[in-house]
Design a protein around this ligand. Structure first.
Ligand code: TNX
Length: 541
């Protein structure tokens, strides 16, 4: 009797404790396949990480994961290089036969085995592993043993481009805040950070050749909301400003690369250029005393498309930008350019005649072409808002970012341009998260709840052949109303998770299942102290 009870107990102990199936594996974005067994692996501070491939970029993943587990263990796991896969270890290897960002994650009572198609795949395996940690361990409650469910996961992203944009112009976010944002992206396996660095309301990137871009262009007389609403007066900061030095930018680019995120900078042209004109008035069409804009909305002024000096300036700026950002794509804006100044500008009208253009829309296309040729000569490609399709034959080398719905993206894909889908109808995180706006922080008028975001299909309206041109999807965070990190997080989460799942998992979408898994992801949000919209976590009544 007693003997068999002992045997049973030992058997039970060796198999590990049962973790209820329902919440054992709740990863966002949803992995391609997962097979759960009824046992566990005991992670302790003596568990070693064993790197079986000689690639120093694997340390980006182990450093990151050690940052997470050291909260519970008081220290990170020992990382050993080389040798053989071992018991009681997290064995990490690279496997060429896997898709480059793909991975397998096998947890058994004996060991954790990770294989990545590349170091990025390994990073994503560790992000999934992180989401399997119990809430207490994530929150930093001291633990001797962290039980992980035995599971076999095979995973790979559907889209190569899974992006998020942050507008650092309407409000400025300090380097450390940008890093926090990058951490949010990494958790969701987002791999592109589109950094909106120049706009009417501020120029935020140091350019050595043109110091006044930042001494003048990064400062505005008062904050955007100063005269708009009494309720926000307490935030007033007059004058308002900020910019990133080139050293800070290099540091952020590296921080992003450590998380397998490519930074795509945006230098806006020909519109949204008032801050640059305030610094160097010769860049505009009318000789006037430009001021960095203190209101939001579309401005009348643009870079003059008639003067060669404008292009000289932009080529100088882009040359410095290229040196800072290794990204293949550089974003050149292109949206919402008012053409009234060009209509009255002798230089622009002369250009229209010289180039045999019909009108100002064709002049914008000329502008984009000229910048495209310069960037191509430097071995880079341009990406721009969907207006870059207007007024001419956009180079096939350029990519289109579709924001005014998906029409621009569809048109781009049909003619063979690569496309990132980022329509305001699904991807704009500056909109309210709920129709019931009482008690919500002030936001841009529209309402875009997380379940609506989740419905987005980047392929809608495209044939299979055209779908190949869709690089992926991107969330946009415009910051007219968003002035601090708490608010930034609140607007980003949980809607970013819905975008991430569209980008990573594509297909087989099930909102109820997503919503269940989000309850689990929320434990990571809580552990990290992230602010987030709670609407989807409140049971419907
Ligand atoms: C339109 S989206 C803009 C931005 C604004 C945004 C507000 C785009 C390419 N241009 O300049 O911030 O609306 O939602």
């Amino acid at each position: 009797g007693l003997l068999s009870l002992c045997c049973a107990l030992m058997l039970f102990a060796s198999c590990g404790k049962r973790i209820p199936k329902s919440d054992a594996v709740a990863i966002v974005p949803k992995p391609v396949s997962e097979q759960l067994s009824d046992s566990t692996f005991d992670l302790t501070k003596r568990t070693r990480i064993r790197l079986l491939a000689d690639d120093s970029t694997l340390l980006r993943s182990t450093d990151f994961f050690n940052g997470v587990v050291s909260k519970a263990f008081g220290k990170g796991l020992y990382v050993a290089q080389g040798g053989q896969a071992q018991k009681d270890a997290i064995n990490v290897r690279l496997d060429d036969s896997l898709p480059s960002e793909g991975y397998t994650l096998l947890i058994t009572p004996d060991s954790i085995d990770i294989a990545g198609g590349s170091p990025a795949g390994v990073f994503y395996a560790f992000q999934s592993l992180r989401q399997l940690l119990p809430a207490a361990a994530l929150a930093g409650e001291r633990a001797r043993v962290i039980e992980l469910p035995a599971v076999e996961i095979r995973d790979e992203p559907h889209f190569a481009y899974r992006g998020a944009m942050l507008d650092a112009c309407r409000h400025f976010f300090k380097p450390d805040e940008v890093k926090e944002y990058l951490d949010l992206l990494a958790l969701h396996k987002i791999n592109r950070f589109h950094w909106h660095l120049t706009d009417d309301q501020g120029w935020r990137i140091e350019i050595k050749k043109y110091p006044e871009l930042t001494t003048v262009g990064s400062v505005r007389e008062k904050d955007l909301l100063t005269n708009v609403l009494d309720t926000v007066r307490k935030f007033d900061e007059n004058p308002y400003g900020g910019f990133y030095t080139q050293d800070q930018i290099r540091d952020i680019v590296k921080y992003a690369a450590d998380r397998f995120i490519t930074v795509i900078p945006e230098i806006e042209m020909p519109g949204h250029a008032t801050a640059a004109l305030a610094a160097y008035p010769y860049l505009g069409c009318v000789g006037k005393d430009y001021k960095v804009t203190t209101l939001y909305g579309i401005q009348e002024d643009a870079f003059c498309a008639g003067k060669d000096s404008t292009f000289g300036f932009l080529e100088d700026v882009l040359s410095e930008v290229i040196d800072l950002f290794p990204s293949e794509y550089i974003h050149i804006g292109g949206d919402e350019c008012m053409k009234n100044r060009w209509k009255e500008c002798p230089h622009c009208q002369q250009r229209i005649r010289d180039e045999h253009l019909k009108n100002e829309t064709e002049l914008q296309s000329y502008f984009v072409h000229r910048i495209d040729q310069f960037m191509s000569s430097k071995g880079r490609r341009i990406i721009g808002w969907d207006e870059i399709l207007e007024g001419g034959d956009l180079s096939r080398n350029a990519a289109v970012m579709s924001w005014r719905g998906t029409q621009g993206g569809i048109a781009g894909a049909k003619r063979g341009n690569e496309v990132v889908m980022s329509p305001y109808t699904y991807c704009y995180l500056d909109y309210y998260q709920t129709a019931d706006t009482a008690g919500e922080p002030l936001a841009y008028g529209n309402c875009l709840p997380v379940d609506s975001v989740y419905k987005f299909d980047p392929y809608a309206g495209l044939t299979p052949a055209e779908q190949k041109y869709i690089l992926g999807v991107q969330a946009n965070l415009w910051t007219e109303y968003i002035r601090d990190l708490d608010y930034l997080e609140y607007m980003t989460l949980p809607r970013l998770a819905a975008i991430a799942e569209i980008g990573w998992t594509y297909g087989g979408k099930d909102y109820a299942d997503f919503s269940d898994r989000m309850h689990s992801l929320a434990k990571v949000y809580d552990a990290e102290g992230y602010k987030y919209g709670k609407h989807m976590f409140v049971p419907e009544t």
